[in-house]
Design a protein. Structure first.
Length: 227
């Protein structure tokens, strides 16, 4: 999309688009919603991390047939996952499955105040460092997991919090974003943030919901619709 900032990437894989279409449907069950969020997260993360990570040669190893080979590893750096509560929890398993080694998971709790739609932080468990502070990796990478970027206020607040915490790069993974929300989040720290998503909706309702969107994905994931 010409109107999107250059640090926002919208994927076009046919399987991804078909899965996103299924996820939008109100007839999709909670079990299917969880599965689709997981599968979409895998596809988005696979593309995003291909552009965000690098590999290096590791130590020698031996195959089951006795042939020696050089192992491949992710280039050393401090990586952490930061799911935005609640809905970001639905993306965590996909990232942990994709990454070859376990990484820390730090949670941020943010919600939109109903009358102003402004973000309010209610939980933050970021420690005073990322991983091993003595590591000589090329940078500190935080991966924000936020399935729906609506007004962009919550995502922008998370970016600001992580930047103040000391990360050097941020990758935001989302299922779908509203155009104005993607623009706001991308503009919070243009040189340090890359946003990847499966789709972009042009419009928001007066209540800050995407149109057509996914509904309240947190409610759909955790069966709290009508709370």
């Amino acid at each position: 999309m010409a109107s999107l900032p250059t640090n926002v990437h919208v994927l076009t894989h046919p399987c991804l688009l078909a899965k996103l279409s299924l996820l939008r449907s109100k007839s999709t069950s909670a079990k299917e919603v969880r599965a689709l969020v997981h599968e979409i997260s895998l596809l988005v993360a696979s593309e995003a991390l291909a552009s965000s990570l690098q590999t290096v040669d590791g130590p020698k190893d031996v195959t089951s047939l006795g042939f020696e080979y050089t192992t491949t590893q992710i280039a050393p750096q401090n990586i952490c996952l930061v799911p935005i509560l609640r809905s970001g929890l639905g993306m965590v398993d996909a990232l942990q499955m994709l990454l070859p080694e376990p990484v820390p998971v730090h949670h941020l709790g943010l919600y939109r105040e109903p009358s102003t739609l402004e973000p309010v932080e209610y939980y933050n468990n970021l420690p005073n460092h990322i991983g091993n502070p003595t590591s000589q990796g090329p940078g500190k990478l935080a991966i924000i997991l936020d399935p729906v970027i609506a007004t962009g206020g919550t995502c922008a607040a998370a970016i600001q919090t992580l930047r103040e915490w000391g990360v050097e790069r941020i990758v935001v993974l989302s299922v779908v974003a509203a155009l104005p929300g993607a623009q706001k989040a991308a503009g919070e720290w243009p040189e340090g943030v890359q946003i990847w998503c499966a789709g972009v909706d042009n419009e928001l309702t007066d209540k800050g919901m995407l149109q057509p969107g996914l509904g309240d994905i947190g409610d759909r994931l955790f069966l709290t619709i009508g709370k």
